[in-house]
Design a protein around this ligand. Structure first.
Ligand code: SF4
Length: 472
């Protein structure tokens, strides 16, 4: 069978004209149009809620929806019975539990929920779910293999990922860390427990102290938003007190899903500010990394929360996930990048979607994503243009999406190397089956054919591939 390897990879040049016209059509100031007003009043359960109450973190937490039954009560007649049945079936087939804030619920277009980009990310519909790619894995990035201490991943020479907590203010149905984050589901019956626990944290700190090469610590989870203010400050102070640690980052989706907390939970915001100020006094840096995927997630209250962080001198960067139906159209991604920049968030990464269970409908092919990147670059200043990366399966780390060693477009297999992280090894990324032709899709259903396709993709290198033996 003929293969389309690197030498025959053909970017879709027919898109060039439409790219030019898209740029021309994107209204120059659209990114500055931020939804304001009482947008929550369209949700029956929130109709009588005052602005002051809605924009308090207490209300946002109290009224967070965690089940289809609760959503039905909250929405009243806004969604059909068929929608709730579809949702209930989707939840039974999802790796993540349901958890969505009143803020996000109020931003969904309930006249068209099936295509809404926020519904798409947080409320799984069985009718949209597709069979998983046969090569995907629950912990596709192999974070646990590179964990010397529970809740600490040390993969890059100078950087470690610290997971002090395993809960979040919302649960994204596409979470890479579904092996640990949130409550157990029918699909993932047993998750790794990473509860807030100071004894476990001390083990992580001791490991970091004993490894002087570690200069950069990401504090994630779960989500730093769910750390108590005193815990956030203690963790920040403890890490900054380690002489070789130069940079820390608090990872939180909070600004996207519950910006009200920044404005109303001032104990938490003040604690964050003190950590940032401490870092500055020590001639180090402490920043926030956040996560927006849709321009619809950035509204006037988000800008107000960011304004407060800007006043306090806190740097915020964004890591976005490329998702079909959310931001896979170039003009939507352009709008997101421009809107992030407008409220002073620096777009940092756009990730190709990780290969985790239950979200095959959200993934894009490498070829399609590269076309989006091509059209985003040049939309705004280079330092506000995100790098499009593939976080490789098996633990090769993030690779520039253009840097594949080979790309078999026919069967949807890209091969990457990662010489500074795992020298001598090769790592694979697989396009979603739905993006392939019928013949290739049929081959993926046959185990011996799978093995042959992967072997063919690797034939030019023949190096071992991490984490895939169990499938081959
Ligand atoms: S906020 Fe982050 S860690 Fe939490 S569920 Fe979403 S993607 Fe996962």
């Amino acid at each position: 069978m003929e293969k389309n390897f690197l030498s025959s990879y053909q970017p879709d040049v027919s898109l060039l004209d439409s790219a030019a016209s898209t740029c021309a059509q994107l209204p120059l100031f659209k990114h500055r149009e931020l939804l304001s007003g009482d947008y929550w009043r369209r949700i029956p359960a929130f109709n009588g809620v005052s602005s002051e109450e809605f924009h308090s973190h207490g209300f946002q937490q109290r009224a967070t929806v965690t089940s289809a039954a609760q959503l039905r009560v909250t929405l009243g007649g806004l969604a059909s019975e068929a929608f709730f049945e579809d949702l209930s079936a989707g939840i039974r087939n999802a790796p993540m539990a349901l958890r969505i804030s009143p803020h996000l619920l109020s931003l969904i277009d309930w006249a068209h929920p099936s295509t809404d980009p926020i519904r798409t990310q947080f409320l799984p519909l069985r009718s949209c779910q597709q069979p998983d790619h046969p090569m995907l894995q629950l912990d596709s990035l192999a974070e646990r293999k590179d964990s010397p201490v529970a809740g600490l991943t040390h993969r890059y020479p100078d950087k470690a990922l610290f997971l002090p907590v395993d809960t979040c203010p919302v649960y994204c149905r596409f979470c890479t860390r579904s092996y640990a984050v949130g409550a157990e589901t029918e699909l993932v019956a047993e998750k790794l427990k990473l509860h807030a626990n100071q004894a476990r944290w001390e083990e992580a700190f001791a490991y970091i102290e004993a490894h002087p090469g570690l200069e950069d610590i990401v504090i994630s989870g779960g989500d730093s938003y769910n750390l108590r203010a005193d815990h956030l400050e203690a963790i920040g102070g403890r890490l900054l007190g380690i002489s070789h640690v130069r940079r820390i980052r608090f990872a939180t989706k909070g600004l996207c899903v519950m910006p009200q907390k920044i404005l109303s939970d001032l104990r938490w915001t003040d604690a964050l500010t003190r950590v940032v100020e401490l870092a500055r006094r020590l001639h180090k840096t402490a920043v926030v990394h956040t996560h927006f995927n849709s321009p619809n997630e950035i509204v006037e209250v988000t800008q107000r929360a960011m304004n407060l962080l800007v006043e306090r001198g806190i740097t915020v960067r964004c890591q976005t996930v490329l998702q079909q139906g959310v931001n896979s159209e170039a003009e939507v991604m352009q709008l997101l990048i421009k809107r992030l920049g407008y409220i002073n968030i620096q777009p940092y990464y756009v990730y190709f979607h990780d290969m985790v269970p239950g979200v095959e409908d959200l993934r894009t092919s490498l070829a399609d994503g590269l076309q989006v990147e091509k059209r985003v670059r040049g939309t705004t200043a280079g330092f506000h243009t995100p790098a499009f990366v593939v976080d490789t399966m098996g633990g090769g780390g993030k690779r520039d999406a253009h840097s594949f060693e080979s790309y078999d477009q026919e069967n949807g297999i890209a091969v990457f190397t990662s010489p500074s992280v795992k020298p001598g090894e090769r790592f694979l990324y697989f396009d979603p089956l739905g993006s392939l032709g019928e013949a290739a899709q049929a081959r993926w259903q046959i185990p011996s054919e799978r093995k042959a396709m992967v072997a063919d993709a690797l034939e030019r290198g023949g190096e071992p591939v991490r984490g895939l033996d169990w499938r081959l």
